[in-house]
Design a binder for this molecule. Structure first.
Ligand code: ADP
Length: 492
């Protein structure tokens, strides 16, 4: 429970690591001091045994020269009572020593260390047997003892004082080590405090991020995370980068949630619109057919034919609405792509215009086409662009009064061709223009009901041009007319 917060975990880990480091530091300091002390001692007394062995005849006839030794031990006792002197034979057996009897526990020493010392090849300190305690090794000085030119034994001098059993004992006894110990403790406390402060500072941003994410969750993904202070820092570290990424991610999530909610509303509206738009012609059709069925015998042949025609007209409207809806659904599928190829836009415009000649002449409209000479080919999906042209010309015809003019023109730009479909019809109010390309949007319901409009043609045209990375523009003035235009690239 205590370790739940990241900061506490780091603090405990840091405490453990610093503690370990301090123990390691103290032990290493004590050990190296001890070794250094022994090395110095051994270096200082390197030739001590040599000098004594050279000057004093320690052996006579293979046995210890008691008289000479007694005098030597006495002198040493005065000069340096901490050194212990042993005279050993060539096998390492102790022949004489200067310690009080009973204190010396071993009767022989290991000559291997002595030989290493005399050889001089090994790094100091070389430690050898301490006859006063089993298993302990101490720094020493040694020299061979000759009698009549023959090696008769060794003088073995154990150097200096006490050997400490525990580190604590040693620290207690040495000022330097005590100082080192307190320096170690101070370093431990200081670095622990510094570590805790800096980790607290470093994890503060993580804590802020965590609080930001929790608040974001609580807001039901409606308000994006704002970490205020450390965003917009171009030279930030990984945590800064993570903060910026989290902020961006939250913005995307908020936007996607908003779109999801919006698309849910749109979907409901769409279903309501579709049901309404499908029901209207269906109800009319049913009405005419039922009237025919019920009043068949009371109706004149002309009326019967009229009712049948009206039912057919409504069924056609229903069919066109369903196919428009289907087409739009296909185009709005994210996987739908335009099948881009090169074609002559001028020719296509001419062909499509021709199809509407009969309709325009029936409505007494003047239809004209202005096409450039030798215009380059455009890149696009020919069937889709044909559909756009049909929708625009159809609208121009639908929303024009008799005697009006429809002008279709193609003009060459730098790297594109522009198509304009202009009419002198009813025009569109400025407020309505931005909504024209929404599905089922009709400027004036009553006008559109009269004129027969699904409100899908411009949505289809808009989506098709979107698939061509192009847009459709409108200029219009109520009562004066409208002009719809779009561009297609001449280079891929
Ligand atoms: P529809 O498929 O019924 O023609 P559109 O999506 O093409 O529907 O058009 C939507 C609405 O935009 C129409 O109902 C009409 O009010 C308006 N509109 C489109 N083209 C013109 C135009 N050339 N002149 C006037 N109004 C237009």
């Amino acid at each position: 429970m205590i370790l739940r917060s990241l900061n506490r975990k780091i603090a405990v880990t840091l405490f453990g690591l610093m503690g370990l480091l301090s123990v390691f530091y103290i032990v290493a300091a004590v050990q190296s001091t001890q070794l250094y002390q022994q090395e110095i001692q051994q270096k200082l007394n390197l030739t001590l045994a040599d000098h004594i062995a050279e000057d004093i005849p320690l052996l006579s006839d293979g046995t210890a020269n008691q008289e000479a030794l007694k005098e030597l031990f006495h002198t040493l006792m005065i000069v340096n009572p901490s050194i212990e002197l042993y005279l050993v034979d060539t096998t390492g057996s102790i022949l004489a020593f200067n310690a009080p009897p009973g204190k010396v526990l071993l009767s022989e020493i290991d000559l291997e260390h002595v030989l290493d010392f005399l050889d001089g090849g090994k790094a100091l300190p070389i430690k050898g047997t301490d006859p006063k305690s089993r298993g302990t090794l101490k720094a020493f000085s040694a020299a061979p003892v000759y009698e009549n030119g023959q090696l008769a034994g060794y003088l073995y001098i154990v150097l200096g004082g006490e050997n400490y059993d525990t580190v604590v004992e040693m620290i207690r006894d040495s000022y330097i080590l005590r100082l080192l110990f307190w320096i170690g403790i101070a370093a431990f406390v200081l670095s622990l405090a510094a570590g805790l402060v800096s980790f607290n500072w470093l994890t503060r941003r993580i804590r802020q991020m965590s609080a930001g994410v929790a608040a974001f969750n609580e807001s039901q993904f409606e308000a994006a995370i704002d970490l205020q202070r450390w965003h917009r820092k171009s030279n930030g570290d990984e945590i800064d980068a993570m903060g910026t990424t989290i902020e961006k991610m939250s913005q995307v999530i908020v936007e996607q949630f908003r779109q999801l909610r919006q698309s849910d509303i749109t979907r409901r509206e769409l279903i309501a619109n579709i049901s309404h738009d499908l029901r209207t012609p269906l109800t009319s059709m049913q009405g005419y057919l039922e009237t025919l069925q019920i009043k068949k015998n009371d109706l004149s042949t002309d009326d019967q034919n009229k009712y049948i025609e009206l039912a057919i007209k409504h069924s056609k409207r229903l069919g066109s609405l369903i196919s428009d809806l289907f087409e739009l659904a296909m185009l709005e599928n994210p996987d739908s792509v335009a099948n881009i190829e090169q074609f002559s836009l001028a020719e296509l415009v001419q062909d499509v215009t021709k199809k509407f000649e009969l309709k325009t002449s029936q409505k007494k409209l003047e239809l004209s086409c202005i096409l450039p000479q030798d215009a380059p080919f455009v890149h696009g999906d020919i069937a889709m662009i044909e559909r756009v042209l049909e929708n625009l010309i159809e609208n121009a015809i639908k929303f024009s009064n008799e005697g009006g003019t429809i002008r279709i023109s193609v003009t060459a730009g730098e790297s594109s061709l522009e198509v304009r479909v202009a009419d002198t019809g009813l025009g569109i109010a400025t407020d309505d223009i931005p909504k024209l390309f929404q599905r089922f949007y009709r400027v004036d319901k009553s006008r559109s009901d009269r004129i027969e409009s699904n409100g899908l043609g411009l949505a289809i045209a808009h989506r098709i041009l979107q698939l061509h990375d192009s847009t459709i523009s409108v200029e219009s003035m109520p009562g004066k007319g409208s002009c719809f235009s779009f561009d297609l690239p001449t280079h891929s």
